[in-house]
Design a protein around this ligand. Structure first.
Ligand code: FES
Length: 104
């Protein structure tokens, strides 16, 4: 699917998301500056993103570890927050806009 990614400088560019990738894989493969310090284990929050309201449901359910971590980020996390490492591919994510918001 094709998504648009807005980085922390506010610049937006397209990215291609393939079926075998998490959102984090996609961001890294497209050269976005995500530290992914924990290696995709839902414990560092450097892959924190906001999904546009029209696609947040399509991004799926938060994993338990993800929900716990986002709770600790309650000053910046919103109902549109997802950890990219926990966000699986979905055809319904085509056209989504993802905004990077590194945490911690
Ligand atoms: Fe660390 Fe996603 S890469 S929480």
């Amino acid at each position: 699917v094709n998504i648009n990614v807005t980085d922390e400088s506010g610049e937006t560019r397209p990215a291609e998301w393939n079926e075998d990738q998490t959102l984090l894989d996609t961001l890294l493969a497209n050269g976005f500056p995500v530290l992914a310090t924990c290696g995709g284990n839902a414990s560092c929050a450097t892959c924190h993103t906001y999904i546009d309201p029209e696609h947040i449901e399509a991004s799926g359910e938060r994993t338990e570890a993800e929900a716990d971590l986002l709770l600790m980020l309650d000053d910046v996390a919103t109902e549109n927050s997802r950890l990219a490492c926990q966000t699986e591919y979905s055809v319904e994510m085509d056209g989504a806009t993802v905004t990077l918001k590194a945490g911690m």
